[in-house]
Design a binder for this molecule. Structure first.
Ligand SMILES: *Cc1c(COP(=O)(O)O)cnc(C)c1O
Length: 850
């Protein structure tokens, strides 16, 4: 029998005049962090609000006319509506503070931020995980700071996949098309027509249209190829995030980097600092070079000018996170573009060539095409410096130009409304004190019972949410009702108030989701302890091509269905930002146990901590900086010299030991008041130590101070006078490269071995400069303290030697200094090329030592 065709008809309401700004609010991602704005929609029709997955635009199209009419005459509602809109207006009216204007003059400076994914809110599903959420948080903080800032990304019609987990524990990936009219975006128009840009592709031109998303003070521009001018295959290039094959990936990256830069140009925007957030967007370097080449610079000068205003951030040491394209593919895909751009394919290939020379690494392009680079935590900065050290071959990894800025999260987005209401009463100015640790001591003044009652309310909400979600999931899978009921019975029981541990993130193997199951018998006993039961909640997606990641899901699924783990291990499907907010604000403990040192930063633990949850995590990424002994628990990673198997075993035992002997006893140390005072003390410590250090305003201000301001300064030096400095620097670098091989240093006479603490000693060095001039190099004496213990990492003092004279074909340099440290100290002498136009003193990667 033929199934009937179902025609969809949407009867749209007319929005009453008195509520007309609801539409405006639905088109500004302001709602993604302002829960009061979202609460307006929820109040009109809570059931529909949930059905449309918190999507304000869709909500306004589907809400019943009579509900709108009712609330438009409801005084209480109208008062709330006006209050929230005037808060919105006040937000938009706020001007940037001196911390911004002193560094980035809004008249002249503009930061452009490129990323392949942006995660603002579940209603705008163009993200897959941490990277996207981080990019969203970066934009939100830039808006809060009213920075001169613009972001660029791609609009994926289907976004990332929707996950179901079936009765066998298989992950099913489904894609759903999103219509632009459902998303918080508007088409960018130019001369009354939709703005389009084009990018040369092999044998054809691909067109992309541009969309604008408002994010409070700032704008995000998104490109997609779903336009009539394209073939049907090209229309699908931007269909899915991280979908398709290698060719799809490189095509998307061409659209993002080249097309994205063209959109900014078409809009008349002239960024002064360009932030490439992960390798996906690195082709923008080529497009910017091409403009300069067409303006008359040679390729090397164009690279200098481009790189000097560019920051590249790398986000993972894991190989799968770096795009590496075969040489053939790259040259085929870019061939026509490079011809039209006036760029030489061999020169371009060299910028990203891997050491074997047969492939092109987008991270390498990013690093060679930028002069500012960073990793995303202290540990990751070090790991990235070593991984990428080959780019600066003669520079010790710890000194190469890769620095770090530790990731932070957007507090208004991830802090539960219950906590922000409390802060509003206790410390009303908290929103402007996000970089002031002393201010956050106020958390201690909150009475313990009050603090706990908020946590408990949030935990209850989370329990209800999990129960709802899980019963839907298992009803579909045909699980018996009584089983589903037992799964969540203890979770939602007010009296039991179980210790709940959460673990949710992408199921990538290095995150070791199943580590806690290493000793099933012990875990079983621990979770079912009659005095101190523990419940684990898991959620996360595995990339559709990541078989081992999907296997982890199956393992957890199967365990969660075993009788001894029912009601103690819960696996939820389709992790997204809405679920993240629920879990992170409701659990007692947030678990993270990645393989050290692969968790570049991690951010979910930061979100948990700002809601008072306690982290139980491996000292990797941000937690290695955040943990202070009072605000959670730490698993110390085993030395990398052991094999992985052994490290897993040992770290799993630590994890279970902590859970059994510290976490559970502390949690259940509750007296008659029904909660544990010691637990509350730790929870408060987590909030007050972590909120002011690991939030996105602190992070973005670090970017401003460390990178955006210097890049902007370099931009103005390099663009003035038709790029004279760029041309001069490129020529200078070429000369240095031709001569450096013959440069050497030697000591003249001897370096003194003993002196009085306040003596003045002279150090003399003779340099064979092989045709370079004395002003082309810096000769430096480093003095490191020799008494420091192994734990201490004292920074050496650096002294620059002055040029004295040329003699017998050698250049003589000298220094008079007093010993900077008491007692023993170690002197080393070295030289490296130096030019005033360099963005980083060691950027050439050359160095010789005595
Ligand atoms: C924060 C967040 C992540 C990142 O989690 P990590 O544990 O840092 O990997 C992933 N997905 C969502 C939905 C998030 O909110």
């Amino acid at each position: 029998m033929k199934q009937p065709t179902r025609f969809k008809l949407e009867a749209r309401p007319h929005i009453p005049e008195s509520l007309n700004r609801l539409a405006e609010l639905s088109n500004d991602l302001f709602y993604s962090w302002d829960h009061e704005a979202r609460s307006l929609y929820a109040r009109i029709d809570p059931v529909l609000w949930r059905q449309v997955e918190h999507n304000p635009k869709l909500f306004l199209r589907r809400v019943a006319q009579h509900r709108l009419n009712e609330v438009s005459e409801d005084r209480a509602f109208l008062a709330e509506y006006r209050r929230i809109l005037s808060a919105y207006d006040a937000y938009l009216d706020a001007a940037p503070g001196p911390e911004i204007t002193d560094r980035l003059d809004p008249q002249n400076a503009l930061v452009a931020y490129f990323c392949a994914e942006f995660g603002f809110h579940e209603s705008f599903p163009i993200y897959s995980g941490g990277l996207g959420i981080l990019a969203g948080d970066h934009c939100k903080a830039a808006s809060d700071l009213a920075m001169p800032f613009v972001a660029v990304g791609l609009l994926y019609q289907q976004g990332y996949f929707i996950q179901s987990i079936d009765a066998q524990g298989q992950q099913i990936a489904r894609y759903r098309s999103h219509f632009s009219e459902d998303l918080p975006i508007s088409r960018v128009m130019s001369d009354g027509k939709p703005l389009q840009v084009s990018v040369p592709f092999p044998g054809r031109t691909v067109y992309a249209q541009a969309w604008e998303a408002r994010v409070g003070h700032i704008r995000l521009y998104l490109l997609d190829t779903h336009v009539a001018e394209n073939s049907s295959a090209d229309r699908e290039l931007t269909l899915q995030l991280y979908g398709g094959d290698e060719t799809t990936r490189i095509s998307q990256e061409m659209l993002l980097g080249i097309g994205g830069t063209r959109v900014l140009r078409a809009l008349g925007l002239e960024p002064t600092a360009w932030h490439i957030n992960e390798g996906h967007a690195a082709f923008q370097i080529l497009e910017r070079c091409s403009s300069l080449v067409q303006a008359g610079l040679d390729f090397e000068a164009a690279i200098e000018a481009t790189a000097a205003s560019t920051l590249f951030t790398t986000h993972t040491p894991v190989a799968a996170g770096h795009d590496i394209f075969p040489r053939e593919l790259l040259l085929t895909m870019l061939g026509e573009y490079l011809d039209s751009a006036g760029l030489n394919a061999a020169q371009v290939f060299d910028l990203g060539a891997t050491s074997a020379g047969d492939a092109f690494n987008m991270t390498t392009l990013g690093l060679r095409g930028s002069r500012f680079h960073n990793g995303v935590s202290r540990i990751h900065g070090g790991v990235a410096s070593r991984m990428e050290g080959g780019i600066w071959p003669q520079i010790p990894a710890e000194e190469n130009p890769i620095g770090y800025i530790t990731n932070g999260v957007h507090v208004p987005t991830f802090l539960a409304p219950e906590w922000s209401s409390l802060f509003d009463i206790q410390a009303p100015t908290w929103r402007s004190e996000l970089r002031n640790p002393a201010f956050w001591q106020f958390v201690d003044r909150v009475p313990d019972y009050h603090f706990w009652s908020i946590h408990k309310a949030l935990k209850q909400q989370m329990g209800d949410y999990v129960a709802r979600h899980l019963s839907r999931q298992h009803r579909r899978n045909g699980t018996g009702h009584s089983v589903t009921e037992r799964m969540t019975r203890d979770l939602i029981s007010q009296e039991k108030d179980l210790l709940v541990v959460g673990f949710a993130r992408r199921f990538a193997t290095y995150k070791r989701a199943t580590l806690i199951f290493s000793d099933l018998e012990r875990l079983q006993r621990l979770l079912n302890d009659p005095e101190r039961p523990v419940l684990l909640i898991f959620a996360g997606k595995a990339h559709p091509k990541d078989r081992p990641g999907q296997q982890l899901i199956k393992v957890i699924h199967d365990l969660s269905m075993r009788p001894e783990f029912i009601g103690r291990v819960i696996l939820l499907e389709n992790y997204d930002q809405a679920m993240a907010r629920r879990l992170l604000s409701g659990v007692d403990v947030w678990l993270n146990n990645p393989e050290y040192p692969k968790e570049a930063s991690g951010t979910s633990g930061e979100k948990a901590a700002l809601n008072g949850a306690l982290n139980l995590s491996v000292l990797d990424g941000w937690w290695a900086e955040g943990y202070d002994g009072t605000n959670g628990w730490a698993i110390t990673p085993r030395d990398l010299s052991h094999d992985q198997e052994f490290r897993n075993q040992e770290e799993a035992r630590d994890l279970l030991d902590l859970l059994e002997f510290e976490v559970a006893p502390l949690y259940y140390d509750r007296l008659s008041q029904g909660y544990s005072k010691h637990w509350v003390r730790r929870s408060k410590a987590a909030m007050k130590t972590i909120i002011p250090r690991f939030n996105s305003q602190r992070m973005v201000m670090d970017y401003v101070e460390k990178y955006y301001e210097p890049a902007t300064r370099q931009a103005s030096r390099f663009t003035s006078d038709n790029g004279r400095l760029a041309t001069e620097l490129a020529r200078w670098k070429r000369r240095i490269s031709q001569h450096w091989d013959g440069v050497s240093l030697s000591v003249v006479g001897e370096v003194q071995m003993q002196c009085l603490h306040d003596c003045e000693m002279t150090v003399k060095v003779a340099a064979q400069l092989n045709g370079l001039r004395p002003e082309d190099v810096r000769v430096e004496c480093l003095v490191a303290p020799g008494n420091a213990g192994p734990e201490e990492q004292e920074i050496p003092e650096s002294f620059i030697l002055a040029f004295d004279e040329d003699k017998d074909g050698l250049s003589l340099f000298s220094l008079v200094m007093s010993p900077p440290f008491p007692g023993l100290q170690i002197l080393t002498l070295r030289a490296y090329p130096y030019h005033d136009g360099l963005s980083h003193p060691l950027e050439m990667g050359y160095m010789v030592w005595v």
